[in-house]
Design a protein. Structure first.
Length: 245
């Protein structure tokens, strides 16, 4: 094997608990598997703790009221079990960790009626920061691995700056907003407010439908569907094969 191939094997061994379970020694020297597993757990714990802190930064501002912060889940016993099964950077692992953090914070005293909506926003953002895998390639338009579109009961684009500034949130912000969360292959994150057409086209993009079928499901022209898909592709929300039709 080349040096690069060996390096890739070691990285995969450290990142994927399933690989370590199937091949306890793997590319590691004899007698070093236990140390390698311990180091892999250290890397994964640090990886997810860092991304929890970055993604749940708004809820962190209320730690005195709630007595909890998202990154604390990296130190509970449940997380130790997760470390023995996780694939670092996978969507499934990100969903597990994000779900643990959200559940922990949901059980805390609520700073306001918007609390659960804020946690849903931070959970969706966390999926982008903690997922590095790409979507499954098909011959039809498909969604990015971690991309999702969610409707919020509160006007999140207006609410977040107020939270950042420590300003109160009034009931006038209790109105719907649709946000699309995505990540490009290069790692750039996007959170954009979308209209009903873009929202419908995103949901109709399932990896099995053609552009014509997506347009019909969304109730728009084929040309409009194609233009919207191109825009969504630019932010990593969808993946368009070169020969999509």
């Amino acid at each position: 094997m080349s040096d690069r191939a060996v390096q890739d094997e070691v990285i995969r061994y450290l990142a994927d608990a399933k690989v370590r379970a199937q091949k306890p020694q793997g590319p590691i020297c004899a007698g070093e598997a236990a140390k390698a597993s311990q180091f892999a757990h250290f890397l994964a714990r640090r990886y997810y703790r860092d991304r929890l802190a970055r993604s749940f930064r708004y809820s962190h501002r209320f730690r005195r009221q709630t007595g909890r912060i998202a990154e604390e889940v990296a130190d509970v016993k449940e997380f130790d079990l997760f470390l023995s099964q996780c694939v670092m950077g996978s969507l499934e692992s990100a969903q597990q960790v994000g779900g643990m953090a959200r559940a922990r914070l949901c059980a805390a005293p609520e700073p306001g009626p918007w609390w659960h909506e804020l946690l849903e926003y931070e959970y969706a953002y966390f999926l982008q920061t903690a997922t590095t895998e790409r979507g499954v390639a098909t011959d039809r338009p498909s969604r990015g691995a971690s991309a999702l579109c969610r409707r919020f009961a509160w006007a999140m684009p207006e609410m977040l700056p107020l939270l950042r500034a420590g300003e109160p949130i009034g009931s006038d912000l209790r109105r719907e907003s649709a946000l699309l969360f995505s990540r490009t292959y290069a790692g750039r994150l996007f959170v954009v407010q979308v209209d009903a057409i873009a929202e419908s086209i995103f949901h109709a993009t399932d990896g099995a439908s053609t552009v014509d079928e997506i347009a019909a499901a969304a109730g728009v022209s084929v040309e409009q569907a194609r233009e919207t898909l191109q825009t969504l592709s630019g932010i990593g929300a969808v993946i368009i094969p070169d020969d999509a039709s």
